[in-house]
Design a protein. Structure first.
Length: 271
């Protein structure tokens, strides 16, 4: 752990991780979070479904990565533990997987033990750090992960809290520069695309609603802006798409689009 002073839990303003927990049906949230979550639901009635689809994407992506031989995961912006966290999905298939979580949320810290339950063959660690401090993140993660071997860099629902495009791209580039060829980048991100199924303006109104309530700063990006975050990687099929449509499980029907888009890229070169 770092020596950074731990922030106090503020229950007077909504927090994105707790709102997300509320949408997922969790119990680690407060009235202010539920009020903000309900306000967003009035604008985007399907946002809770989107949260669940984003979680399902995590599972599919991790299982895919394990099938590609990945056994190391660096999960930034972990959020509150729920069912099928990264280490649970990975170690269910490959018990020797090693996972490092990174977050600086005090409520996540309170639940760190739930995140740190690893299989005997693998390892699981937690770093208390701001993801923008990439030097500290990489230094601490090296205690558990071997940076000479491929690593999956997981950035799910976290880059939308980095409002400046240049800063977000630099953050990703700094992290990727430390990874071995054959590593993978996984991103999911709030999206304001307007399609036959999605209302981008409604998403922008929902973002303003949360921020006007004093919630965690957040922004939605277009699919093109999200794709720009994959610079330096080879984006895998089907590219940046609604997380419900990234390699979905076989089904007789087509999953509806949701306003969280995702993608997976690979760092070029032989692993």
């Amino acid at each position: 752990m770092t020596d950074t002073p731990r922030p106090e839990i503020d229950t007077t303003v909504p927090h994105s991780a707790r709102i997300w927990d509320y949408w997922l049906g969790g119990k680690d949230n407060y009235p202010v979070d539920r009020e903000a979550g309900d306000a967003v639901l009035r604008i985007l009635p399907g946002i809770a479904v989107s949260a669940k689809q984003d979680r399902a994407f995590l599972g599919r992506a991790v299982r895919f990565l394990v099938s590609q031989g990945i056994r190391q995961f660096l999960d930034l912006g972990t959020g509150l533990p729920t069912v099928d966290n990264t280490h649970e999905v990975a170690q269910r298939v490959a018990p020797d997987s090693r996972i490092v979580y990174v977050d600086n949320d005090p409520l996540v810290l309170a639940h760190a033990r739930a995140l740190l339950t690893s299989s005997e063959q693998g390892a699981c660690d937690y770093i208390e750090a701001d993801i923008r401090d990439t030097r500290a993140v990489l230094s601490e993660a090296a205690r558990t992960l071997d940076f000479d071997r491929p690593i999956a860099l997981m950035l799910l629902g976290v880059l939308n809290h980095v409002l400046d495009d240049d800063q977000a791209q630099r953050l990703v580039a700094d992290l990727l520069s430390a990874l071995a060829p054959g590593s993978h980048l996984v991103i999911s991100h709030t999206c304001d695309a307007t399609t036959e199924e999605l209302d981008g303006e409604a998403m922008r109104r929902a973002v303003r609603e949360v921020m006007e309530r004093g919630g965690t700063p957040i922004r939605a990006r277009s699919p093109e802006e999200i794709e720009a975050l994959f610079a330096g990687t080879r984006l895998l099929e089907p590219g940046v798409v609604s997380c419900s449509r990234w390699r979905p499980e076989p089904s007789p029907w087509r999953e509806p689009e949701v306003p969280h888009f995702s993608g997976v890229g690979v760092v070029p070169g032989a692993p």
